[in-house]
Design a protein around this ligand. Structure first.
Ligand SMILES: C[S@@+](CC[C@H](N)C(=O)[O-])C[C@H]1O[C@@H](n2cnc3c(N)ncnc32)[C@H](O)[C@@H]1O
Length: 172
């Protein structure tokens, strides 16, 4: 079985991100095998809920991390049922959503912070929804809050467009 996170390492992805996980409850959208729990827990995170549409990935996550919670389902549906977490994380997910679906998800986030990784650029090879950095910035300002930082992702699996990580804070 192919497990994305065994190939594309989360530690590498996050190498340029400075974020204080201490005491934070983490909602991980498109969590895959739940690796973010291992990383955020070792940096002090208190709680973790991983959501993924893949039954197989949820099974792997539960086997690997008994002290985390996992829910199988489409983010678009589960988001309304999830309790209030401190930070929502969505790595390598939003570019698979149509603009309409993404807007619906962002609107319904309850957390005060949002971290997400997406490709940005102009080399559209038809593999995903390609938007530029300004498009995502405008989306966040319109529907969520402010963009505090944008850093280069350490992911190495996209030969077509650079990937960046947005760190966002909800307007009070
Ligand atoms: C490219 S992988 C990224 C995994 C992980 N976030 C990371 O960066 O290491 C995308 C993950 O999102 C999941 N996924 C895709 N569409 C989804 C949806 N609508 N709701 C929940 N999970 C979804 C896939 O099953 C897959 O595990």
């Amino acid at each position: 079985m192919y497990i994305y996170q065994d190939e594309i390492l989360m530690t590498k992805k996050l190498e340029n991100l400075t974020y204080n996980w201490k005491g934070k409850s983490v909602l991980d959208l498109g969590c895959n095998a739940g690796k973010l729990w291992e990383i955020s827990k070792s940096a002090g995170a208190s709680r973790y809920l991983g959501v993924d549409i893949s039954k197989d990935m949820i099974k792997v996550g539960k086997e690997r991390y008994e002290d985390a919670e996992f829910v199988e389902g489409d983010v678009n549906v589960v988001i309304d049922r999830s309790p209030d977490y401190d930070v929502t994380v969505a790595m390598a997910l939003f570019h698979h959503f149509t603009s309409r679906k993404l807007r619906g998800v962002i609107r319904r986030l309850k957390s005060k912070e949002l971290i997400f990784e997406v490709p940005v650029g102009s080399n559209d090879v038809g593999l995903y929804q390609l938007r530029d950095e300004k498009w995502y910035r405008d989306l966040i300002v319109e529907l969520y809050g402010k963009v505090q930082a944008v850093v280069k992702s350490g992911a190495t699996n996209d030969p077509y467009n650079p990937r960046v990580i947005f760190v966002c804070k909800r307007n009070d």
